[in-house]
Design a protein around this ligand. Structure first.
Ligand code: HEC
Ligand code: HEC
Length: 377
């Protein structure tokens, strides 16, 4: 084997081992482009955005270089639904994030615009503005703007397929000129502006109008049934431990906002797999370990929000759990199949006894986390 071949081979090896490093290349290239264009987009006077967040809840963090305005959110919503953002004009963000399913989709794992199958289930988008981390298992994305680069530019697998097709895509979007002018002060349609508008729209997806919210935060004692209240007590009990990982007003530890003193970014292995007896997960997806390369992080994923959770089946990072009833059975068993003995499993997933009535109570509580107004039902 000559030297050239050896180099090619090892490069391919690295690619296979670190598929996600390519995201960082993309992030880097875009970051440079953004820096280069920064400063030439003076913001015009715009209507301040009025958050749909009840009094008493903290303000989310918004990056200084991407302030919220009504016009920007409206532009972001249009772009979110525009299939012309994908290379073959077949897929928009909304193809995988469907409003009626709380911006998740009723599919095991997502399929990109060219038919490539992803190994992850599309996440619900709700109160993402408060997220301390993004995606099922990543500790380094920092803000919504960075996350959005992945579906747009990802090549392994292709999601919307923008990479290599940037110019052609931007050329198709020329009818957006006046909107870009009013939002960004110039009609330059570029990916920096597109990503900023999309991020503003994603941040605007706030939801605080579930029966649980009415009961817990707005003193409407009648908003929850006695069964849902019993389910809530179980959820917050030391027996079930759900609240340890799905805590706070967003039912996730991974939050970042003005009232939070601790910046918590935690990931857990909940014992869904143990394919080699040493803690490995299935489908080539080792969760946080694929980012950190720390073998102890295998199977560690973010505890996602449980807001609107009854609308977002199937469940888990790979959509491998079809119903909420099964989710509860898995936690009650302390994991799934061999996963029960996963050596990297969180000590909070020990299993518990639960009666049929208690299970129904817990289901009713989880149902009370649905904000029907938010999903337009
Ligand atoms: C092919 C389907 C697909 C498309 C298209 C898609 N997404 Fe996603 N989205 C996903 C999947 C799958 C995840 C989880 C990714 C992971 O964990 O690696 C996700 C995660 C996210 C998250 C993270 C949410 C959180 O709480 O951390 C945001 C935000 C998001 N997508 C926004 C968008 C936007 C904006 C677009 C359009 C530019 C888009 N998505 C296009 C499937 C898709
Ligand atoms: C040790 C922390 C931890 C505990 C305790 C815990 N969870 Fe989770 N939960 C997670 C993590 C991490 C995930 C994502 C796992 C994955 O996809 O591999 C998750 C996923 C879920 C999901 C699927 C979310 C989705 O969007 O698909 C539901 C529903 C859920 N948990 C409910 C519960 C309930 C109910 C309890 C209590 C019986 C509970 N959890 C206890 C960490 C935890």
């Amino acid at each position: 084997m000559d030297n050239k071949k050896m180099v090619d081979y090892s490069e391919n090896q690295i690619r296979r081992l670190r598929p996600r490093c390519r995201f960082f290349n993309v992030v880097l290239i875009l970051a440079i482009t953004m820096l280069a264009t920064a400063g030439c987009s003076p913001q015009k006077a715009a209507t301040p955005y009025k958050w749909n967040i009840p009094e008493g809840f903290p303000a989310p963090n918004v990056p200084d270089d991407n302030p919220m305005t009504r016009e920007k959110v409206a532009l972001g919503e249009r772009l979110f639904n525009d299939v012309r953002l994908s290379a073959n004009a077949k897929q928009s963000c909304a193809s995988c994030h469907l409003k009626a399913f709380a911006f998740a989709e009723p599919k095991t794992t997502s399929v990109g615009t060219t038919g490539e199958v992803l190994n992850r289930n599309a996440m619900a988008l709700v109160n993402v503005a408060y997220n301390g981390s993004f995606t099922w298992a990543h500790d380094g994305l920092g803000k919504v703007e960075n996350q959005i680069l992945i579906p747009l530019f990802n090549e392994a697998p292709v999601e919307m397929g923008v990479t290599g097709n940037e110019k052609a895509i931007l050329a198709k979007l020329d009818d957006y000129g006046p909107e870009f002018e009013s939002v960004f002060g110039n009609d330059d349609i570029n990916f920096d502006h597109i990503v900023k508008a999309l991020a503003a729209f994603v941040r605007s997806l706030t939801s605080f109008n579930s029966d649980f919210d009415r009961y817990a935060y707005f003193n409407e004692d009648e908003a929850l049934t006695p069964s849902a209240i019993r389910g809530m007590d179980l959820f917050f009990s030391e027996k079930l431990e759900c609240f340890h990982c799905h805590g706070g007003f967003n039912f996730t530890q991974s939050s970042k906002h003005a009232m939070q003193t601790l910046d918590l970014v935690s990931f857990h292995n909940t014992g869904l797999y143990n394919i080699d007896g040493k803690g490995s997960y299935a489908n080539g997806d080792q969760g946080l370990a694929d980012i950190t390369f720390n073998p102890k992080h295998r199977g560690k994923f973010r505890a996602p929000t449980l807001r609107n959770i009854m609308l977002t089946a199937p469940y888990m990072h790979d959509g491998s759990v079809a119903t909420m009833s099964e989710v509860i059975d898995i936690y009650a068993a302390g994991g799934r199949g061999d996963g029960v003995n996963n050596p990297l499993k969180s000590p909070f997933v020990q299993g518990f006894d639960i009666t049929d009535e208690e299970k129904q109570d817990l289901l009713n509580f989880l149902e009370s986390l649905t904000d029907y107004e938010f999903v337009g039902l």
